[in-house]
Design a protein around this ligand. Structure first.
Ligand SMILES: Nc1nc2c(ncn2[C@@H]2O[C@H](COP(=O)(O)OP(=O)(O)OP(=O)(O)O)[C@@H](O)[C@H]2O)c(=O)[nH]1
Ligand SMILES: [Mg+2]
Length: 460
């Protein structure tokens, strides 16, 4: 990948639509576009920057008009990438967009790689790495709350916090460096306990951010909710009722569902992934047994579990067996088929397992479904007290870097408090700085950048 050439890509999704955009970035962008865009005022100087220009796209081969277009020009460095950027807004037909793209390539532009515009923005100092990552998170947001977290990161809230910690760490490091340079001044004799205190504040701040990771992921990627119970209690019917759609097959034959069926609903702005699973019970059937094994696996990793019981039939050993699997899981107990005469009392559940939340429903008649949704939403909130308005981290890369920072800092603190040689303390502080700098991109290795930007689409 060259840094100085002019890149281009179609920035809008493929397909017919009102508007399609072709984007160019680099010093040749204006010259290239001027070859096929004819407009009175499209002049690549500062006076014509940050404006929209109306004109006609001309096929340079035969001089025929292809489309009307609005072209924006953003002169470097006040652009997304920090380079000259030109965006051609024309009609969105794939043949037309492809033709304009080809004309740009023929005129000397190179097809941009995935994420290359944003990568250039990062390399040209237009945004730090957390903001670049937030661009993709905004595009991929799966819920309103997830979008809010990504948007906040895009405005630089996380970067500011990290830069502040980085600054504090640099200050500690500078004092230790001074102690190395002027050994006769015994700088650390007086300063070491104060420096250790300052380092501890940074460790606490890193820990506070690390603690948000689970909730950050939850808000960004959603809550895993498993519907379980013995065969035939109405799990698939419940999935369908929660979705408002006939997604899963429902029959009166026990053992109907054999694989995991996953669909997503949104509750209070949070994505909730619902998994309908095979009923758990005795079976000699190989496929059914394999399905049950998958159910057990899903239960292990679930954030929320709905244990479905059939009100119309007596609770039996199969219900007890499922309950035993969920002993430490605090499931929501869903009493289904309440449209039929009850074969047992609510109080009987206490013999099954302690139940904090019990909801009575009829999946067949869709009664009690909104109460159940409220119960799920309440359980999510009670488990996860952090508000999405805090600075949350939802990215494993950030968490790992923070963990490396705190480990190195712990070493440095021990060094400071045990009057270790400043040269040794300095090594730990440098490691901490390097780890912290990885988050915003000050010290991030090229291969990591490669991985980050490869998640992007072409044209972003
Ligand atoms: N009366 C009544 N019948 C229901 C209700 N919910 C489900 N059923 C019936 O119970 C039977 C089993 O429903 P499913 O939803 O397939 O049950 P399941 O738990 O997914 O069953 P498996 O996949 O075999 O484990 C079907 O005949 C449903 O119509 C309900 O609320 N009331
Ligand atoms: Mg089923």
């Amino acid at each position: 990948m060259f840094q100085n050439d002019t890149i281009t890509a179609i920035a809008t999704p493929v397909g017919n639509g009102g508007i399609g955009i072709i984007r160019l970035s680099g010093s040749e962008a204006c010259r290239i576009v001027a070859l096929f865009f004819k407009s009175k005022h499209f002049i690549p100087d500062a006076h014509h920057s940050h404006r929209l220009h109306f004109g006609i796209i001309i096929d340079p081969q035969d001089g025929s008009a292809l489309d009307e277009a609005l072209v924006s020009y953003m002169k470097a460095p006040r652009s997304y990438t920090g380079e000259d950027v030109v965006e051609i807004n024309c009609h969105s037909g794939i043949v037309l967009l492809d033709k304009i793209l080809r004309m740009s390539l023929d005129a000397g532009a190179r097809l941009a790689e995935a994420g290359e515009f944003t990568r250039r923005a990062f390399l040209n100092g237009r945004m730090d790495l957390t903001r670049a990552e937030a661009v993709i998170d905004v595009i991929e947001a799966k819920s309103e709350v997830g979008l809010k977290i990504a948007s906040r990161q895009l405005t630089g809230k996380l970067a500011q916090r990290i830069e502040q910690l980085y600054g504090n760490l640099l200050h500690i490091s500078a004092t230790v460096e001074a102690a190395i340079d002027f050994p006769e001044d015994d700088i650390l004799v007086d300063a070491s306990s104060a420096l250790a205190e300052q380092a501890k504040t940074i460790v606490e701040a890193a820990d506070a951010l690390i603690a948000t990771f689970h909730d950050g992921c939850l808000y960004a990627s959603g809550v895993q909710t498993v519907i379980t119970g013995k065969p035939n209690v109405g799990k698939s019917s419940l999935l369908n009722a929660l979705l408002g759609d006939d997604r899963a097959i429902v029959t009166s034959i026990p053992g109907t569902t054999r694989d995991i069926i996953q669909e997503t609903i949104t509750l209070d702005g949070l994505p909730v992934h619902l998994m309908d699973t095979a009923g758990i019970g005795d079976s000699d059937h190989e496929i059914e047994r394999a399905g049950m094994e998958r159910s057990r696996e899903k239960i292990k990793h679930a954030d929320i579990i709905l244990l479905v019981l059939d009100a119309s039939r007596p609770l039996d050993h199969a219900d007890y067996a499922v309950a035993a699997l969920l002993a430490d899981k605090n499931p929501i107990i869903v009493i289904n088929k309440t449209d039929m005469p009850s074969a047992w009392e609510r109080g009987d559940i206490s013999a099954l397992m302690p139940a904090d939340v019990t909801v009575a429903i009829s999946a067949l008649h869709h009664t009690g479904i909104s109460e159940l949704k409220q119960a799920i939403a309440r359980m999510i909130v009670s488990h996860h007290s952090i508000s999405p308005s805090d600075i949350l981290i939802a990215n494993a890369r950030h968490r790992n870097a923070l963990e490396k920072t705190r480990t190195a800092l712990d070493q440095a603190i021990t060094g400071l408090l045990s009057a270790r040689a400043p040269e040794l303390i300095s090594i730990d502080l440098h490691a901490a700085l390097e780890a912290l700098g990885e988050i915003t991109g000050t010290t991030t290795a090229d291969d990591i950048l490669e991985v980050i930007f490869s998640r992007f689409c072409i044209g972003k």
